[in-house]
Design a protein around this ligand. Sequence first.
Ligand code: NAD
Length: 394
Amino acid sequence: MIIQPKVREYICTTAHPLGCAQSVRNQAKYAQRLGTVLGPRKVLIIGCSTGYGLASRITALENCQAATLGIMFERPSNGKRTATPGWYNTAEFHHIAEEKGIYAKTVNGDAFSREIKEKTIQVIREDLGKVDLVVYSLAAPRRTDIQGRTWNSCLKTTGKAFTEKSLDLRTNQIVEKTIFPATEEEVESTIKVMGGEDWADWIRALKEADVLTENAMTLAYSYIGPELTYPIYYHGTIGAAKQHLHHTMKEINETWPDVHACISINKGLVTQASAAIPVVPLYFSILYKVMKEAGTHENCIQQITRLFTGKLFGPTGMDTDNDGFIRMDDLELKPEIQNRVKECWKAVTTENLKDYCDLEGYWEDFYHMFGFGYSNIDYNQDVNPEVTIPDLVS
Ligand code: NAD
């Protein structure tokens, strides 16, 4: 099959197996160069196949030499359609782990379900005994809870409607976008999907099955962002869910004193989840330009390796703020960065887009997520879309 990108607004409906493999190899090489730290030995990563979860799995392998069990929700190729990028990423991750002789297994299925939690526990019992780190890195549009009720998340503001500049990714034009407030039900539903309830459900299930080591750690990822995006992010439906997640961290720590729950507030980056949020792509493309000019831009693997080797398991111990959060958004939120972003935000128009936005960088990251845009890959060559993941549990 000749596989070319097919982009529809903020999603690409095809993925290239060789390009995804290349992307995983590049991340692994980057992590490997940083050396090892004394970190976890056996890691469960819920949401392991793309974005921050994949970077966490690579870092656990390369910088901690840890065995990893991943949970993902990905689709294989049926011969006519390509697989999802997370499928190809995971296949390559397994090859790297195999080359190193380090355990890796992946469970493909709905992490919100009781069935996948039970299956995961069974694999831990049989293969690992216990795990000492659980990374929770899910980003999902919907959740069917264990009572069988389905909740949908939405990306809306709360309170009153909000109108702001936005980047139309189809035409590269600056447009005005109005985001209407969510109903109470929509806020509740988004909290159900992206809040902390399922994180706590996982920890409860793992504790009850006695598959966590004493003093095991669990880590979830969050985002706050600058005031500029508060109306759509932090004060929007997704922010309400993140605040629930933050509260869950305290709840887990109080309920299970021998489990250490923590949250890392990460930098805003183009991933499949974040590309879908209105207004945010314009902010990201300005931020990329400003941070690249300042020499402080980081991608997923750079964020997570800095987290693991510096702020989590580094020689100086865990580095948290007064709320107990690890601030990987420290460089993004520096006043000089945000002041410059605000200036660019005010000045940007369709005509001067290139002066203020790193559109190339935005699109490069976007295409790389789906395995496209690598100069050493010939995208006119026939390639087999059907890739097997060794040690897949489905
Ligand atoms: P992503 O879309 O790249 O990854 C989501 C992962 O979740 C994938 O591995 C996918 O397979 C898995 N997944 C989704 N639904 C699932 C289900 N039902 N069952 C099992 N697996 C499922 O997302 P991301 O941007 O890496 O986000 C991960 C976390 O990081 C989220 O909590 C997000 O809010 C947070 N975060 C993201 C950013 C950002 O800018 N991208 C910034 C800070 C924090």
